[in-house]
Design a protein around this ligand. Structure first.
Ligand code: DUC
Ligand code: ZN
Ligand code: ZN
Length: 491
């Protein structure tokens, strides 16, 4: 007894074909025309597309950051992801200061006990001591084949160039990939000091403290180090022309360098969003910052021409007002009253949010709610807008994430032998994005009021229905850890 997805059109990175899909157990076992239904469960996909479940390779669920914790955890964040068509994500384990990589891993394994969709981990190194250097190869045995280093967040996560280069050398020896948050953290500190001294404390100055050049310079440095070390490099959350040009140049030189952008950078600008009065600009504070209309055009071109391979989210959401207001009632109405562990332990605890940075933009927790809206917004503006083919949409959201991070073809495609992570997409269904209806634990939506056409209506994970017209069927603990393979291709 299996499930047959009938009468739909399957979209993969390579093709768009009218085909039925048979799923038995957790796996796709047959693709073809007119597959007999024989007592299988039938999912009628007439007029719909079948996409591989989305993979968001850049998330920060339940992250201790900026004096608080990001709101969504492996419970609410997973549900929100699936409502947006994403059935897997890769979260960043952060090595605790003074601790080992395994200490960090244990902490994240604990957070992930709530998992409702599949997940994997990158390892963010904050303290590359000799014992940690020796520990790196053991990460491969844990299925962690990507290391992240921060070139910004001085005195918190930032590493110096020697450390980054040594990590690259060690990663290269072990078939791992290095990811960088590319901003020059030393310059950010100096610019921040100057702006605050001048009394420029509003959210909009966050962007001025981290200009495009700061990102472009760090991107170029990392690209050149990749060329020197031969280590595969993946630059996260790229936002602007200078950074994209640095990556493009590295690729032209034959260096093993790749990059992603995040959905928000296609839509938001400093002038329209961060300059909003009454502290509303804080809703859009993330690092690197959102940029200009011109940069948006550059990003669309880069995802079209293959300079950038992936679109992710950097999902890391914080309350706008929830942290100081009656957020528990709000959250009860929106998330069924399930509290994250910190609130469950101490009901008097009020999780702070963006208000931490009132009077000082440098104290605004960095990050945005996006995990639920990545695919619908990219479909809306990219596919409906004539900028991306449906196949390229699948490649950016599903297939390249799996290829680059060592999970293909188990994940990222619909093919015989692949995990049956299937998103039934209705290209004609309309939906208005809003904080009133979204599933993220956040009291605002970046795209509030935007009407999109094309949304997921049924989502399966490994052959099990997560959501359909009857609502949510996910179960805490049913999301599985996906160990990843080293020596993944450079695209
Ligand atoms: N940038 C953000 O905006 N949030 C989380 C971490 C990061 O690098
Ligand atoms: Zn980052
Ligand atoms: Zn991030």
């Amino acid at each position: 007894m299996g499930t047959v997805f009938k009468y739909g059109t399957v979209i993969t990175a390579g093709e768009m074909t009218r085909a039925d899909v048979l799923v038995e157990g957790e796996i796709v076992t047959l693709l073809g025309r007119d597959i007999p239904t024989d007592g299988h469960t039938v999912v009628d996909c007439t007029g719909k597309y079948l996409l591989p479940g989305g993979i968001d390779v850049h998330t920060h669920l339940d992250l201790s950051f900026g004096g608080t914790y990001s709101n969504d955890d492996f419970d609410t964040g997973h549900k929100a992801a699936a409502y947006g068509g994403t059935t897997m994500h890769i979260d960043f384990v952060i090595q605790p200061k003074g601790g080992s990589l395994h200490d960090g891993l244990k902490e994240w394994q604990q957070k992930a006990k709530l998992a409702q969709i599949d997940y994997a981990f990158h390892m963010a190194i904050t303290d590359l001591r000799e014992d940690v250097m020796a520990e790196i190869p053991t990460m491969v045995e844990e299925g962690i084949t990507s290391l992240k280093l921060f070139m910004a967040y001085k005195n918190v996560y930032q590493v110096d160039d020697a450390t980054l280069f040594r990590a690259m050398q060690q990663a290269e020896k072990n078939g791992m990939i290095v990811m960088v948050h590319a901003e020059n953290g030393d310059v950010v500190v100096e610019l921040t000091k100057k702006l605050l001294e001048e009394g420029k404390t509003d959210p909009v100055y966050h962007a001025a403290s981290r200009p495009a050049e700061v990102e472009a310079e760090a991107t170029n440095r990392a690209v050149m180090m990749s060329g020197q070390s031969g280590c595969a490099l993946y630059v996260v959350h790229m936002t602007n022309e200078g950074a994209v040009e640095a990556l493009r140049r590295g690729r032209a030189l034959g260096y093993p360098v790749m990059g992603e952008t995040c959905v928000q950078y296609f839509f938001m600008t400093v002038d329209e969003h961060m300059a909003q009065p009454n502290f509303h600009g804080s809703k859009y504070v993330c690092s690197p910052p959102i940029r200009t209309k011109h940069d948006q055009k550059v990003l669309w071109q880069a995802v079209k021409d293959g300079t950038l391979q992936v679109v992710s989210t950097d999902h890391c959401d914080f309350w706008f007002e929830g942290g100081v207001g009656p957020w528990q009632e709000w959250a009860a109405a929106h998330n069924g009253g399930e509290w994250a562990a910190y609130e469950a332990q101490d009901p008097t605890y009020r999780r702070p949010g963006k208000e931490l940075g009132k009077g000082n933009f440098a104290k605004i927790p960095n990050g945005l709610p996006a995990i639920e809206d990545r695919m619908v917004m990219l479909w809306h503006a990219g596919v409906n807008g004539g900028k991306l083919t449906p196949q390229r949409f699948v490649e950016l959201n599903c297939t390249n994430p799996a290829r680059i991070f060592g999970m293909y073809p188990k994940k990222g495609t619909i093919a015989v032998g692949s995990d049956a992570d299937i998103c039934v997409w209705d290209p004609h269904k309309k939906h208005v994005l809003s904080a009133k209806t979204h599933h993220m634990r956040c009291d605002y939506n970046l795209f509030e009021g935007t009407e999109v056409e094309g949304v997921p209506v049924i989502v399966y994970q490994r052959g099990v229905c997560l959501l359909d017209e009857n609502g949510w069927h996910g179960v805490n603990g049913s999301g599985k850890y996906v160990p990843r393979a080293p020596y993944a291709p450079v695209l």
